[in-house]
Design a protein around this ligand. Structure first.
Ligand code: BGC
Length: 781
């Protein structure tokens, strides 16, 4: 955990003004730049020191065999791992014979700023070499939102007080040596030299490397071009080898003189295109970037982000740290998804190799809600990616003896990548999570074309899965037995409430789709009997309830289990999965992450206010939050059950997950779901926003720590602004025609440009539930 104030609190940027090498790996994640297609960790320009060098291309992975001591039928045989592709960031510097390396000499000053409006990472530093020569280095780096394959760096070195001879080496480097990964299952399996060289080129100021992965059969190209501006004695040359291509620039700088390099890098990859085609592809992308030039790339980046912020910003008064954190969160979630274009959005985005670069239910349940209301096109693309993996999901369902499609628990290319089936294959809820994202996207955008060509098929194939996975008992009740819900400290349980409620919504949504789209239904082979069976199952879904306690059970029998011995568990024994066997966690009442509590957010219509409060009070003292996905769900339900102070503490925890490295693994990449959850906790928690069929419903309420929040959302082609104060809220339709919403159940119709204000009802006081010892939310700011 980062215990010192690493970053200054400012509304629109993240500033680090001292370089602390102890937290370099974390800061590389925090300062990562990406557009969802290309990702560059915030490594120092000169490459070393580093925590984890990282350059990623969404979808580029290698396969490796999954070893089992005891194999079984249907175990996935091949694992997938994201690989570190060709590094185009490296710019090394030699100052009068001494490598510019911050571990030596004297670092006079060092500042890095991630600018959330400009979309660039700026670095300024002054360094005196061991031989006493002082230089100032400035760099600005971007990964372009507008030119999807392109990243660029503007790099300047200046002599400060004496003449210096400088050599700048701008490189493309493949197969960088990586540090071995810690023994944490959440880190990546490091593959050594994953790229086989196919082509290298250097000519003038242009460089190119093309490699291929050894097993997954992907071809990866990177090309770079440069502009160089320096005093008269500036010369350059270039050379290339299998794994390196380099432009070397030499110059002699008088005090105050600068050498400036602009480096444009283009990436491309393919599983089908030939070597010449991939070479041409990266050269062409590079030509577009150099033709635009550095100032235009910077201006396009700013314009792209201005448009994003104008309809996605969240303003927070009363806590500057949360203000900064929510913008940081929005920025990184946008980076993860903006240009992913029919590729997955991994749990770490493209900020690190944690979880092997896999995408989980995190995408549909945590990331897509934010993007639905701020950047809906990215949602359609993410769901089109799921759709493109339907063949693998159908094959998996067939292998498991089921109908329809069984989407993978974790994956890069669509096949199941989890070697641990109790918390992998058995976590079938991912299918309903995908369906839920489809329904939300279509309700929020009215995108009928998407519903017809993509969404409907996802609903139908997942409904088929549920109907074949569950069964009606002799009384007619529909059960889904032997599955794992969101809480990974329970597994292979019967009738997990979250799963059953989500499956119910999935079955009903599919039935509604086939009724409203008879042609598509016929094309998908759905007849009336099949959709009637979905409705029957949905209406008969069994939801386990403990009458004595008056609470819903997380799964059948859960509330009968022995309680975990929290009093005997030391603070250093969390996360529990790294210190206790799963077998013991599975048979006790202890919850890794919001499960039933999450169901109360995703299926709100099923729980009335009293039930919600009782369930929350029961599950809070059992929930240890060993997953970063938990705090935001708990924040929302705490807010909805009137525990506003507690909700605020959870918002703080979700918001600071990476900025303060609360789980000690930010080095592996950012927790994109938790970042997205910060937004959701504010908007769905304190804003009380929920999608009720085709309308947005609001039940806003602020904690004492905040005096105002204001957020903009995009819905049905309109832009709606919601401004919440302590006692009143104002809804304003900023753009688009008339819109119906609701405020605490009261329908409101907003005309174009109209604002309407409403009072906020008082909270009904209730005793605040406890958390397990040592697991209170981390509200240390
Ligand atoms: C959580 C899962 C999550 C995964 C990736 C695990 O620790 O329990 O719910 O999908 O991390 O973020």
């Amino acid at each position: 955990m980062i215990t010192h104030a690493s970053y200054g609190v400012e509304p629109w940027c993240l500033r680090e003004n001292v370089l602390n090498l102890d937290v370099l790996p974390q800061s590389e994640s925090v300062f990562a730049l990406s557009n969802g297609h290309v990702g560059w960790r915030g490594n120092l320009d000169e490459g070393e020191p580093h925590g984890l060098p990282g350059s990623y291309l969404n979808g580029v992975h290698e396969l490796h065999p999954l070893p089992y001591a005891e194999a079984g039928y249907g175990y996935p045989e091949s694992g997938q791992t994201v690989i570190n592709v060709t590094n185009g960031k490296v710019i090394r510097l030699l100052v009068d014979d001494e490598p510019f390396d911050l571990r030596y000499g004297r670092l006079v000053s060092h500042e890095r700023v991630l600018d959330l409006r400009e979309g660039v990472l700026r670095r300024t530093c002054e360094w005196t070499s061991p031989a006493g020569r002082t230089v100032r280095v400035r760099s600005t780096r971007l990964v372009s939102f507008t030119q999807r394959s392109v990243a660029a760096v503007a790099y300047e070195v200046e002599a400060v007080d004496s003449e210096v001879r400088v050599v700048v080496q701008s490189e493309l480097v493949a197969n960088e040596q990586l540090p071995t990964s810690p023994k944490d299952p959440r880190a990546a399996a490091v593959l050594e030299s994953p790229l086989a060289p196919e082509e290298h080129f250097a000519g003038g100021r242009r460089l190119r490397l093309v490699h291929a992965t050894r097993r997954s059969g992907l071809r990866v190209g990177a090309a770079a071009d440069h502009t160089v501006d320096g005093p008269d004695r500036t010369r350059s040359s270039s050379e290339s080898g299998d794994d390196i291509a380099r432009l070397t620039v030499t110059s002699v700088l008088e005090p105050g003189q600068r050498l400036r390099l602009e480096k444009f890098v283009a990436y491309g990859w393919s599983s089908t295109r030939s070597l010449p085609a991939v070479s041409d592809q990266v050269d062409a992308a590079l030509a577009a970037a150099t033709d635009a030039g550095w100032p235009a790339l910077v201006a396009e980046q700013r314009a792209y982000l201005d448009a994003f912020w104008s309809h996605a910003d969240v303003e927070v008064d009363g806590d500057e740290g949360i203000q900064q954190a929510v913008r940081f969160a929005l920025f990184h979630v946008l980076q993860a998804g903006a240009r992913a274009e029919q590729r997955a959005i991994p749990a770490k985005g493209l900020t690190g190799s944690g979880y092997d670069g896999h995408a989980f239910w995190d995408t549909e349940t945590f990331v897509l809600p934010l993007l639905t209301y701020t950047s809906p096109d990215a949602v359609a693309e993410a769901l089109r990616w799921r759709h493109s993996t339907l063949p693998a999901a159908r094959e998996r369902a067939a292998q498991l003896g089921l109908r329809g499609a069984a989407f993978p628990w974790r994956t890069i290319e669509g096949s199941e990548g989890s070697a641990y089936w109790p918390a992998g294959t058995a976590a079938f809820h991912v299918n309903a999570d995908i369906a839920d994202a489809v329904v939300r996207y279509v309700s929020a955008t009215g995108d009928g074309q998407f519903a017809r060509d993509t969404g409907g098929e996802l609903l139908v194939e997942t409904a088929r899965l549920w109907r074949s996975l569950g069964h009606h008992d002799v009384h007619g009740a529909f059960h889904i037995d032997g599955v794992t819900g969101p809480d990974e400290y329970s597994a292979i349980a019967d009738d997990n409430t979250y799963t059953n409620l989500m499956a119910r919504s999935n079955l009903l949504a599919a039935a509604e789709f086939v009724e409203s789209h008879p042609e598509q239904a016929a094309a998908l082979g759905v007849d009336e009997e099949e959709s009637a069976a979905w409705r029957d199952a949905a209406e008969a879904v069994h939801i386990p309830y403990n009458d004595d306690l008056g609470v819903h059970e997380q799964h059948t029998g859960f509330t009968r289990y022995q309680h975990w011995d929290f009093a005997a568990t030391r603070p250093d024994q969390y996360p529990l999965m790294l210190h206790f066997p799963y077998f013991d966690l599975y048979r006790k009442q202890v919850i890794k992450q919001a499960d039933l509590v999450l169901a109360m957010y995703t299926c709100p219509g099923f729980f009335d206010e009293e039930q919600l409060a009782r369930n929350f009070a029961y599950y809070e003292p059992l929930t240890v939050r060993d997953s970063s996905l938990s705090a935001c769900g708990q924040a929302i339900i705490a807010a909805r059950s009137g525990h506003l102070g507690l909700a605020y503490d959870y918002v703080v925890e979700a918001a600071l997950m990476d900025l303060d490295d609360l789980e000690n693994n930010t080095r592996d990449g950012l927790h994109i779901a938790s970042l997205a959850g910060t937004w959701t906790a504010l908007v769905a928690g304190f804003g009380g926003m929920r999608q009720d069929a085709d309308t947005l419903a609001f039940t806003p309420r602020l904690p004492q720590n905040l005096s105002r929040i204001a957020f903009n959302v995009q819905v049905l082609g309109r832009c709606l602004r919601v401004e919440v104060h302590a006692t009143a809220v104002t809804y304003t339709l900023l753009a688009g025609p008339e819109l119906s919403i609701s405020h605490y159940g009261e329908p409101l119709v907003l005309a174009a440009d109209e604002s309407r204000s409403r009072e906020i009802p008082d909270v009904r006081p209730r005793p605040t539930p406890d958390q397990p010892p040592h697991r209170r939310p981390n509200a240390h700011r």
